[in-house]
Ligand binder design. Structure first.
Ligand code: COA
Length: 181
């Protein structure tokens, strides 16, 4: 997409993040959760996609030891299917790799086939299932991950491993779910 820029997000972006969050998820994270993520969580990093001065998408992750865990990726509906989600995912993978993560993991709703396809396209594969992870709908979460090590493709790299119980299920407050080593 022409003219798209990526930048790190801060607490100043919270209104724009919330606007995207609310139209993107059945159980959006609360404003309070994002305040915590952007101003208190030392493990969290959020990046935004900006088009003509407007924040049109964002992606976030937690970096804990050798593992990056994607918390959210969302794009405003009118800007979807133009490669923005893909750019955000690549940025997260690149930054995580530069900061020493060997793995990147995430949870995705079983019904969210578009997002699953995005992740598969970038080397993620299914590593497990969390039954009833999304408490509001009792929907299962598919755990996906890939290696970030040079020379290892994501596909097939790694095994069902210590993927932490993080992410956006279970009512959506990341503070309550965070597992800090
Ligand atoms: C998932 C999401 C972030 C994708 O963003 P996007 O900017 O539309 O994605 P992209 O245009 O970069 O798509 C890249 C690839 O992902 C796959 N993909 C993305 N959306 C898809 C869809 N709705 N159906 C099928 N494949 C899809 C395709 O392979 C696509 O490549 P292609 O366009 O060459 O076929 C966006 O749909 C969104 O914000 N959804 C709501 C929030 C959400 O579900 N986030 C994921 C939580 S796990």
């Amino acid at each position: 997409m022409n003219g798209l820029t990526i930048r790190k997000l801060s607490i100043r972006d919270i209104d724009d993040i919330m606007a995207i969050e609310r139209v993107s998820f059945p159980t959006p994270w609360s404003r309070h959760a994002f305040v915590s993520e952007l101003s208190q969580n030392p493990y969290a990093e959020y990046y935004g996609a900006v088009q003509d001065g407007r924040l049109i998408g964002y992606g976030g992750m937690w970096l804990i030891l050798d593992e990056a865990h994607v918390t959210n990726i969302a794009v405003l509906p009118q800007y979807r299917r133009r490669g923005v989600g893909e750019v955000l995912l690549k940025v997260l993978m690149e930054k995580a790799g530069l900061k020493g993560a060997d793995w990147i993991t995430l949870e995705v709703r079983e019904s969210n086939l578009g997002a699953q396809r995005l992740y598969q396209k970038h080397g993620f594969s299914q590593k497990g299932l969390r039954r009833g992870y999304y408490t509001s709908t009792k929907e299962d979460a598919i755990i996906m991950s890939r290696s970030l090590r040079a020379g290892e493709s994501g596909e097939g790299a790694g095994e069902a491993r210590r993927v932490r119980g993080t992410g956006r299920g279970s009512g959506g407050d990341p503070v309550r779910q965070r597992v800090v080593p």
